[in-house]
Design a protein around this ligand. Structure first.
Ligand SMILES: CC(C)(COP(=O)(O)OP(=O)(O)OC[C@H]1O[C@@H](n2cnc3c(N)ncnc32)[C@H](O)[C@@H]1OP(=O)(O)O)[C@@H](O)C(=O)NCCC(=O)NCCS
Length: 260
């Protein structure tokens, strides 16, 4: 994938950006059905436990679906799709609709240039420099909650499974008050796991830590940044709008009716 030039980030293809994002949040076990990427990660996060259709499965959709069910049955996981909304997936969406696969968890993929976003979150007075580590500490893991829930034991393996990956923490009064994970792939910084102590919301910690992570990534050659945000996460959307991010595309998941 050739990263687009600065100021040209809207032009990267939906599926190219999805490929970059999938590289930044990898499953434990994967298999291919043509250009479909089937991922399993002990059930931790939809992204690591769903099929990402990055093009054609190379076989008919009915046969491809059979492959999908076999893969997920083998992992004792429900079969899920993560479907990016774009022309290339329109046929699949229709097929899944017709076969009772219901959409859920609509998500927005946001983009900004690193320089622009970093310019909107300069170092704030009163906050120390963030610390960066190659491994998540127990304090980091304790602060991160996924969709409001604590992490399952398999989470550490998924979180570490990228290169280069960094675990950023912001400390105040001896506590880790905010954490985030950063990954650089093909010149793109992917930010995941940004979480602020619920007792410290709206005090600038999220913005400050984003600034620190963006500066860390700029030093490592990242020019652009992407984020994946649940479409109903108003706090996160508010923060990222403030930092100049704009919507690149959306995706949602699909599960076979009867699966929960
Ligand atoms: C999203 C989150 C990280 C924001 O962190 P935060 O430290 O509270 O945000 P900040 O104090 O730095 O806010 C900076 C700006 O973001 C925007 N913002 C933050 N929270 C907002 C909210 N609840 N509603 C609307 N805008 C909001 C505002 O513009 C705010 O500036 P202001 O306070 O001067 O108005 C925090 O709410 C959080 O941890 N949420 C749970 C985990 C999560 O959803 N993470 C994001 C995953 S993609």
């Amino acid at each position: 994938v050739t990263p687009p030039a600065d100021g040209d980030i809207g032009r990267i293809d939906v599926l190219d950006l999805e490929r970059i994002a999938a590289d930044g949040w990898r499953a434990i076990d994967t298999a291919r059905a043509g250009q479909w990427l089937m991922r399993a990660g002990d059930g931790f996060t939809g992204r690591a436990n769903s099929v990402l259709p990055l093009g054609s499965p190379g076989i008919g959709l009915t046969s491809a679906l059979r492959e999908v069910r076999k893969f997920y049955d083998g992992h004792r996981l429900p079969a899920l799709f993560q479907v990016p909304r774009c022309d290339e997936t329109a046929l699949l969406e229709g097929f899944l609709d017709d076969h009772g696969w219901e959409p859920f968890n609509p998500t927005m993929v946001l983009v900004a240039t690193v320089a622009d976003a970093a310019g909107r979150c300069p170092r704030l007075d009163g906050w120390p420099a963030a610390t960066f580590a190659a491994e998540p500490s127990s304090a980091w893991l304790a602060r991160y909650t996924y969709r409001g829930r604590p992490l399952p034991p398999s989470a550490g393996r998924i979180l570490r499974n990228a290169d280069p990956v960094v675990f950023a923490s912001l400390e105040a009064d001896g506590d880790v008050v905010a954490v985030a994970r950063g990954v650089v792939t093909d010149g793109w910084l992917g930010v995941t796991a940004l979480t602020v102590d619920p007792a410290r919301l709206r005090s600038g910690a999220g913005r400050h830590l984003m600034g620190e992570l963006l500066r860390w990534a700029a030093d490592r050659g990242a020019r652009n940044c992407y984020l994946q945000v649940a479409a109903d996460n108003e706090a996160a959307l508010g923060l990222y709008a403030r930092l100049g991010f704009s919507a690149h595309h959306r995706y949602h998941y699909r599960r076979s009716s009867g699966t929960r």
